[in-house]
Design a protein around this ligand. Structure first.
Ligand SMILES: *Cc1c(COP(=O)(O)O)cnc(C)c1O
Length: 380
């Protein structure tokens, strides 16, 4: 019999290998154990999958594989956030001395990463308007390695012509990377259109419940293998519990998206009619299943923005998107606040611009909340 102090450390042990839980358990462990040196060697021979959680873990692998499958890609890796997925994706195809050509209207955090951090790695990044692919082509340099854009952009919801971007990239022997966070594989599968790397902030629709920060990168096996080694060496792995939660959320992606998308279309159509709304941004022809779950509105100068936000009753201001609850965000003071005035003007980020992440509530309640707030803030 071991003494008390030893028992407290060694008591809790897995009972048996015959427990067949319906759901993958959470492998909340930083490392995996080995019976003897031969057993340890078997990891290095590729016969055992797991050694140390930063190097690999069943829960994070489950997430990477699941998203890869939904995107129609052979391989995927989960990371600590959407941004770290973008980082390891870029580092898998570009190194010191290389150039990345990115779209101007990308997510604010991605802009910060590409514009201000990658230069410290010696990777040059420039930005160009992807609406004009001739302009994109003119900006390709001899050291360009990657074209980077988003399938549906934030917050003005421009949809990328993936086919044309892929064609341009192939002509110049470049890789392509597309952020598919807003569209999700429910609406759009860039890999199947020839895109090399598809990235997700799984913090958004993949997880879907606003309770995790996570990222996933999927694509060709060889590039994902490189990205995976970046995850291991930079330490941008996802935790097992976060991966487990994200996998749980992912199971309902289809039913959530179906409702999100229908509600968003209904809201976009309804707000178009309102006198206080100058413009409704909502994509067209994204997919046969619908056009996304984000609606961006530009309210007129005769509306008091402050009163509008205060009048939104149960709809909260939240600087993220894609939860089951309808929320609003204000790009000017959150995602795009770091941008200079000129860039804001060029991108169309105005004082009246409000991004709505349409939830899965009853669509009539959602419309009512916005119509009431618009009515109350409109100064006739
Ligand atoms: C949120 C978001 C990101 C960044 O993801 P994090 O999980 O916050 O790191 C990247 N791209 C898009 C389109 C996003 O919405």
């Amino acid at each position: 019999m071991k003494r008390f102090d030893t028992q407290t450390v060694h008591l809790s042990k897995k009972k048996s290998n015959t427990i067949d839980s319906k759901i993958t358990p959470i492998y909340q462990t930083s490392a995996f154990k080995f019976k003897d040196l031969d057993d340890l060697e078997s990891f290095y021979q590729g016969e055992k999958d797991y050694l140390y959680t930063r190097v690999g873990n069943p829960n994070t692998d489950e997430l990477g594989h699941a998203v890869a499958q939904l995107e129609g890609a052979p391989s995927g890796v989960a990371t600590s956030s959407g941004l770290s997925a973008i980082l390891v994706g870029v580092l898998a195809v570009a190194k010191q001395g290389d150039h990345v050509l990115a779209s101007t209207d990308i997510y604010g955090g991605t802009y910060q990463l590409l514009a201000h951090e990658l230069s410290d790695f010696g990777i040059d990044v420039s930005f160009v308007n992807y609406e004009d692919l001739k302009e994109v082509e003119k900006n390709i340099r001899s050291n360009t390695k990657l074209l980077y854009s988003e399938s549906v952009t934030n917050p003005l919801l421009r949809t990328e012509s993936l086919k044309n971007v892929v064609e341009l990239a192939r002509k110049h022997d470049l890789k392509t990377m597309i952020d598919n966070t807003f569209a999700t594989p429910y609406l759009c599968q860039p890999y199947l259109e020839g895109v090399d790397l598809v990235v997700h902030s799984a913090t958004k629709y993949i997880g879907g419940h606003s309770d995790v920060t996570a990222g996933v990168l999927v694509g060709h096996e060889d590039i994902i293998a490189k990205a995976r080694s970046k995850v291991v060496n930079l330490g941008t792995n996802l935790s097992p519990f976060e991966a487990w939660l994200t996998c749980r959320g992912l199971k309902t992606l289809s039913v959530r998206m179906e409702r999100h998308v229908n509600n968003a279309q209904y809201l976009a159509d309804s707000l178009k009619e309102h006198q206080a709304v100058d413009r409704v941004y909502y994509p067209k022809h994204v997919s046969e299943r619908g056009n996304g779950a984000i609606v961006t509105i530009d309210i007129t100068d005769s509306c008091d923005v402050d009163t509008f936000f205060k009048s939104l009753s149960w709809v909260n201001i939240v600087p993220t998107l894609a939860g089951v609850e309808t929320t609003v965000s204000y790009p000017l003071s959150t995602s795009h606040r770091a941008l200079p005035e000129e860039a804001l003007k060029e991108l169309g980020i105005t004082k009246g611009l409000i991004r709505i992440s349409v939830g899965i509530e009853d669509k009539e309640d959602i419309v009512k909340a916005f119509v009431d707030a618009l009515d109350q803030s409109y100064m006739k």
